[in-house]
Design a binder for this molecule. Sequence first.
Ligand code: HEC
Length: 168
Amino acid sequence: MARFRFQTGRGPKRHPSISVIRLASMQTRRKAGAILILAFGLVAQTASRSTWDGVYTAAQANRGKDLYARQCLDCHGDDLEGDPENPALATSSFVYKWNGLTVGDLFERVHRDMPQNNRGTLTRQKAADLVAFLLSFNRFPAGERELPAELEALRRIRIDATPPERKK
Ligand code: HEC
């Protein structure tokens, strides 16, 4: 409404009906834009999965747990709580830090940089199993299929801090 007044208020030179036509076309354009954005949003939602969709299996997380005990626990702690030198890998601070990134990003971090005292020694399968364990420890649900060990596939899974039903 403010825009409408602004346009007609420019002076008597501009015929008011022209402004009305302009306003009308602006509104339809805006509506079309909103519909487009909505459509893209829906496509994006169905095309990508999130960590709430059961993206690893319980058995895989168990394998990761064993690996964690042998190769990670010394630094990151029993409960993944970390300490002043080593970051926590659980609790909401961890999940919110990774919120909006992908499981692929987390996988890459583990595969490339960990264990910090022996970098580059984890196979992709082991890194995927470790990530499955991290997801399960952070209370994301298990599902029917294992987390793949391919970066591209993992990049399509979003890390989402908030469960979908709590979003409005
Ligand atoms: C020697 C100690 C040490 C070991 C062993 C170790 N880490 Fe780390 N880790 C660190 C430190 C220190 C950082 C932060 C600095 C860095 O990234 O180098 C870190 C960072 C991380 C991060 C990123 C955390 C964040 O939120 O940014 C992840 C994930 C991780 N480690 C997982 C693992 C896993 C899985 C293992 C076992 C395979 C492991 N780490 C073994 C010391 C260690």
